[in-house]
Write a protein that binds this ligand. Structure first.
Ligand code: BTN
Length: 260
């Protein structure tokens, strides 16, 4: 049986980062780590890299106003950052790459990214990422990266997501240490964040990790549904979709379904 109890101390102890994860606020149960992270950032000006971590969320938030299922055994955390406006759009790339790297480092499993930032193993979603920011003029007041990873989740117990989701334990046939995954993840987030803030680019690696490019897709945005081939991604992270009529549409945010 894998030791799976989480605590702030078990994460921060000897963590090889300068600031990401040096402060962890842990809750056994919480509505959503996003809400607490936003409050910490807005009202109290929490130190950069502060992590809000919950064993279980009772009102987990997904992208596009969806609910995120977040039972005990999974990872649910939010990281508070204060990036500059120039690399705010790259946080989407940063978060998904950090998840791919840390899943591989902690378990050996290979995963891919479905635009913009779902992480999949063999076509099934293992991780969702939500980024919320507060920008006033050209100043980023804060950005919160929320990451939910299905770790020790028996998908057979959740028929509503069984066809589209997977978990690390279902993939490996054994329980996985959440602590190991979280610690790798925080180190990776900081490494990529420092690279970005030093003017580096992670665009090419993110682009190379996308399963979406060249595929026939349906993309739902708040306003419309588009069909076509995912032709490319721009440096700001937007998707360039070649429609069936030959037109090219730039999509900034949306939900992609991969077609056969
Ligand atoms: C998605 O794929 O729709 C994004 C899911 C994001 C879930 C994470 S879990 C930690 C953080 N807290 C939340 O309420 N949501 C994000």
């Amino acid at each position: 049986m894998v030791e799976n109890s989480l605590s702030s101390a078990s994460i921060t102890r000897d963590l090889e980062t300068r600031f990401v994860g040096q402060r962890v606020i842990y809750y056994p149960s919480l509505t959503s780590t996003m809400e607490v992270a936003k409050r910490e950032a807005a009202r109290r000006g929490a130190a950069e890299g502060t992590v809000i971590l919950a064993d279980e969320q009772t009102a987990g938030k997904g992208r596009l106003e969806r609910v995120w299922l977040s039972p005990r055994g999974n990872i649910a955390l939010s990281v508070i950052l204060y990036p500059s406006l120039s690399y705010l759009p790259s946080l989407i790339m940063l978060a998904s790459l950090a998840v791919v790297h840390s899943i591989e480092a902690a378990t050996g499993l290979k995963s891919q990214i479905k635009w913009p930032n779902d992480v999949l193993i063999d076509g099934r979603k293992v991780c969702g990422i939500l980024i919320e920011s507060n920008v006033q003029g050209s100043t980023v007041k804060y950005a919160i990266i929320g990451i939910g990873i299905n770790v020790n989740l028996r998908l057979a117990d959740f028929p509503e997501i069984l066809p589209i989701a997977t978990s690390l334990s279902d993939e490996l046939g054994r329980d996985v240490s959440r602590l190991g995954v979280i610690r790798c993840l925080l180190v990776e987030i900081e490494r990529l964040y420092l690279a970005l803030s030093a003017g580096g680019s992670i665009y090419q690696e993110w682009r190379d990790s996308l399963v979406t490019l060249g595929r026939r897709v349906r993309v739902k945005t708040g306003q419309a549904t588009y069909e076509g081939v995912a032709e490319s991604v721009a440096r700001d992270g937007s998707l360039l979709l070649r429609g069936l009529d030959g037109s090219l549409t730039r999509i900034v945010a949306g939900d992609v379904t991969l077609r056969e």
